[in-house]
Structure formats: C-alpha cells, structure tokens
Ligand binder design. Structure first.
Ligand code: 5GP
Ligand code: ZN
Length: 128
C-alpha cells in the first residue's frame, strides 16, 4: 500500500529505517569483511563468539517469511559466502553455526534477514 503522506510504499519506508540497509549503503559504518554485487558481510557489533559475522543480502528482505522464489539464488549465495568466510577464518573444519532468527520469540532485532556465522568456541545444544 502507498503511504499517502510521502508517496512511498511500505517497502521503501522499511528500507529507509533499516539499520542493515544503512550499513549496506555505507551510511552507518561497520567492519565489512566481504562484499559483492548481492551480499555484504560484516562483524557483529556485540560478538557472542570469537567469530561472529553477519552475512546479509543487499536486497531488503525483512524476515525468512518474506523470501520469494526470485530470491533462490541470492539465499544460496548467502550460505556460500558464510562457508567461504568460515574457511578464511579457519573455523570450517572445527565447525561453526549459522543462525537466522525470525520474529520476536526467536529474538530477531533487525528486520533485514542475516545469517549469524558463529564459531571459534564450542556451541551448545539446545541453543538458549
Ligand atoms: P538479530 O537479533 O536480529 O538476529 O541480530 C541482530 C544482530 O545485529 C545482533 O547480533 C546485534 O549485535 C547486531 N547489531 C545490532 N546493531 C548493530 C550495528 O549497528 N552494527 C553491527 N555491526 N551489528 C549490529
Ligand atoms: Zn534492510
């Protein structure tokens, strides 16, 4: 639905207010460790493990529930990128965890999908 005041749609409004869209457009600084045409990876500001990198699509997708068929390749690239970074950081063989939180009960704080790449310490199961 179009916003009557600004003439912009909901998606544009979400992007304007989205922290990760601001990091992608370099309006907010971050420690970027990988970038290509569709994907950006940067270090989490509040790391929960020795390795804690966020891998995000440059396209604004709010949650896993908003992924559409046209995003298939992009989502594949996200996982591939996370694996590449895990190798570069030397945690691939030891093991690492990829987490995608969706909606409040899972603790999603930023509504722009992101893979948490966590590693460098033993991961517990079940997760907290
Ligand atoms: P979520 O809870 O949505 O799954 O994860 C959001 C993540 O973004 C959290 O791990 C949080 O520490 C991280 N984060 C929040 N604000 C910033 C920021 O300004 N810069 C960076 N690099 N990470 C952030
Ligand atoms: Zn966004």
């Amino acid at each position: 639905m179009r916003n009557w005041r600004t003439g912009t749609g909901k998606r544009e409004d979400e992007m304007t207010n989205c922290l990760f869209c601001k990091i992608i457009s370099k309006k907010v600084p971050a420690k970027i460790i990988f970038e290509d045409e569709g994907v950006l990876a940067f270090e989490d500001i509040d790391p929960q493990a020795p390795v804690h990198t966020l891998v995000v699509p440059k396209k604004h997708i709010a949650t896993t529930l908003d992924i559409s068929n046209e995003d298939d390749a992009l989502i594949g690239r996200l996982f591939q990128t996370a694996g590449k970074i895990a190798k570069e950081k030397g945690i691939a063989e030891r093991g690492f965890r990829l987490v995608v939180n969706t909606n409040p009960e899972a603790g999603q704080e930023v509504y722009h999908i992101h893979l948490h790449l966590l590693g460098g310490r033993h991961m517990h199961w079940p997760p907290g």
